[in-house]
Design a protein. Structure first.
Length: 354
């Protein structure tokens, strides 16, 4: 008749209650089929006689039964070992059944996927299905993500941290990322040099090399000069000085004779103006650094008794600028003849200090 009632649940695979062996008159050591923790954990019978634990035999390494004297030779099984208590190292669980437990206590190492198969390992939490994820195929570990893109990646809805392994060409790195930007710092080694690089927005912003020197390739810094002489400047008005040649402009902040501050900060700005054919009849020459916040100037009286072949005027200042503020240089000749030229050795430079 058919089975009535609930189906029988799967159980752990049963283990042997006893092991049998055959003595040969000389062998004293026999390998047990189950690990035990003490001599008293088994009952041993030889030729029907119960043996005294720790006197007639002993158990070493948990799986080796060693007799004080070799059991007698017998054509059949004459040694019986009954397992009273066993030290369970592994258990076999039916693969189609779920395994639930409130805790897991172990006294030794626990290995998952010892065979090294391409299988993943995943641990769920109350709010995250991938609280811990080991990608067996790519050898990467994720916390909060099932798609780790570095050897170790933590991720939430808007933030992530990644750690890469060291290679000969790219080195190792630790990365920090949010939903809208990427900020990595790399510790380069080997073939690419012992450098520490900081990257934001996908490009390098700062590097510390092995000597301790710090470079910032996009730190606002510029140096500009006139591409040609600016001759016969007008008299009685402020004339912007034309800087047609950029010697360098690290963050592309200089254009059309004007520096534009990319961020709010303190900027060191400098000019050196080289004048030719200075008119001694002029009442003054004023050179100005004109910023959005204020104007700075230097002035001299050219009353030298005769026209000067050349005259140099410099100014160096630490100024405050807000983001998008501008700075440029101009010159004004108070009176006299429009004969003064601005030489190409004139310079305008600056950089972000803090």
């Amino acid at each position: 008749m058919p089975y009535l009632g609930n189906p029988v649940v799967d159980r752990f695979t049963s283990t042997k209650a006893a092991s049998v062996y055959s003595g040969d008159g000389s062998t004293v050591a026999f390998t047990l089929e189950h690990s035990v923790g003490a001599d008293e954990d088994i009952l041993v019978s030889v030729d029907g006689v119960i043996q005294e634990p720790s006197v007639a035999y002993a158990v070493s390494s948990g799986t080796t039964l060693t007799f004080t004297a070799a059991p007698s030779s017998n054509s059949g099984n004459n040694i019986f070992v009954y397992y009273l208590f066993r030290t369970i190292g592994t258990v076999t669980h039916p693969p189609t059944s779920a395994l639930s437990a409130t805790s897991l206590n172990t006294s030794g190492n626990v290995v998952h996927n010892e065979a090294g198969a391409d299988v993943d390992f995943r641990v769920e939490s109350d709010g995250n299905a991938n609280m811990l994820f080991v990608d067996g195929g790519t050898n990467k570990v994720g916390i909060g993500t099932a798609s780790p893109n570095t050897i170790f990646t933590t991720s939430s809805a808007s933030e992530a941290v990644g750690v890469s392994a060291q290679t000969a060409t790219t080195g190792s790195f630790i990365g920090f990322k949010d939903a809208t930007s990427t900020n990595w710092y790399y510790n380069h080694v080997g073939a690419v040099g012992d450098n520490l690089k900081f990257t934001t927005g996908g490009s390098e912003k700062m590097r510390i090399d092995a000597t301790g020197a710090v470079t910032m390739p996009l730190q606002p810094a510029f140096l500009a000069q006139p591409a040609s002489g600016q001759n016969n400047i007008a008299v009685g008005s402020h004339v912007p000085i034309v800087f047609g040649t950029e010697r360098f402009d690290q963050n592309a902040d200089f254009a059309s004779n004007t520096f534009t501050a990319p961020v709010t900060g303190k900027y060191q700005l400098n000019f050196s103006i080289y004048l030719v054919n200075v008119d001694s009849a002029a009442s003054f020459y004023q050179m100005r650094l004109v910023t959005s916040n204020r104007i700075f100037s230097t002035v001299f009286d050219p009353d030298f008794g005769q026209d000067a072949v050349y005259q140099n005027s410099t100014l160096a200042l630490l100024v405050d600028m807000d983001a998008a503020d501008t700075a440029y240089v101009d010159i004004r000749q108070g009176s006299g003849t429009s004969q003064t030229d601005i030489d190409t050795d004139t310079t305008f430079s600056g950089y972000l200090v803090a």
